[in-house]
Design a protein around this ligand. Sequence first.
Ligand code: ADP
Ligand code: ZN
Length: 445
Amino acid sequence: MFWERDFEILSRPELEKLQLSRLRKTLHQASHASYYGSLFRALGLSAESIKSLDDVRKLPLTSKQDLRDNFPYGFLTLSKRSVVRLHSSSGTTGNPTVVFHNRHDIDSWANLMARSLYCAGVRDSDVFQNICGYGLFTGGLGFQYGAERLGCLSIPAGAGNSPRQIKLMRDYGTTVAHAIPSYLNRLYEVFQQEGLEPREATQLRAFVIGAEPHSEEQRRRIEEMFGVKAYNSFGLSEMNGPGVAFECRHQNGLHVWEDAFLVEILDPETLEPVADGEFGELVMTTLDREAMPLVRYRTRDLTRILPGPCPCGRTHVRLDRIVGRSDDMFIIKGCNVFPMQIESVLMKVPGVGAEYLITLDTIDGADEMLLEVETSGDLGVAGDVEAGREGDNDNSRLNALARSIGRRIRDEVLVTPIVRLRAPGSLPRAEGKAVRVKDLRARSL
Ligand code: ADP
Ligand code: ZN
């Protein structure tokens, strides 16, 4: 039932006791980094300042900008000689962020990954195909180490090259695969091009999907297409990468490994804790990292803690599906919109295909939301159909679909989009994580 009984089913008081002692140890370790060392001294803080878990609120928050400003070694607590690996973001918009690990950190991350996979029902009898980039991106090595620790036959397939992915699956009898959800839509298209149905052509029984926001509806579609169960996997490179929070077989939220991470949900404006069960920004402190502990790291991810125990018996709290990052939200015509709200609506509409793109643009001096939506194959759209404005096309079935999408979106987000139906396969596919929003609005700054 459990990978690490000792940790996964601790009673709340036992878990909190462990967290408190690990938090103090973490602060002690963090004070060896030049950034935290001088900050703690200036604030008069030390491990001894923490008498209870609530005292975590005395500690300063850490932002992505702090990591960038102190690039590359400002958060490192050990000599370079003691660290064995780094992972880093691409840094296309300024200094990259980098996280260093010593042997202990790599080992405990591998353990968290093994635990996560086990939690989702993966076993050593599984053939596990890791469809994601290896290298600085954490999904590759993160899952690799975890699957090996668990004892799966692992296939380090890497990203892309769908025909090869399918061949690997069929040659070696892959039963579980990890991929980002937007890629799985593409993979399914390639199955179809090859005249194959995954249900018949493979032995797949489960996916673990994560690394990008996706709706419950998107998950159900993936399950339906492939005839598998799909479990949500959450992580971010600053907290190692994958293996931060994972769904169990009940698929009712993501157990966050509280022996390794201290979780707070804060109001992103006031930075005060939200009421129990309310949505806010996820803020995390590492509890078991040596080379580069992070204290109260602002993830910018918006979620909430789900109430009540989980039938699986694990006592670690469950996070709700991430609605998005605070910086994913856009404002159009005075309404706040998250791309996932749009996706949830779209994925429920029969006739809607896998891909969509939201473009915000200034048209005739007014801000508009243009929503391009691929139809599913069976609608047979030859070209593009536009609706939502005058001069609608006269194909009544497609027009009705476009209008229905427009109405449903308006009901959800209070803005009527211009809907453009596109032929299957015509929207651009991202190389990595899906790009859902393009903002082309004229800025009047
Ligand atoms: P980047 O910051 O460049 O995207 P990461 O690979 O560290 O690099 O991405 C982590 C982020 O990806 C998280 O902070 C979150 O926004 C998103 N993410 C990861 N897993 C999920 C998931 N299961 N659901 C929704 N969003 C996710
Ligand atoms: Zn559970």
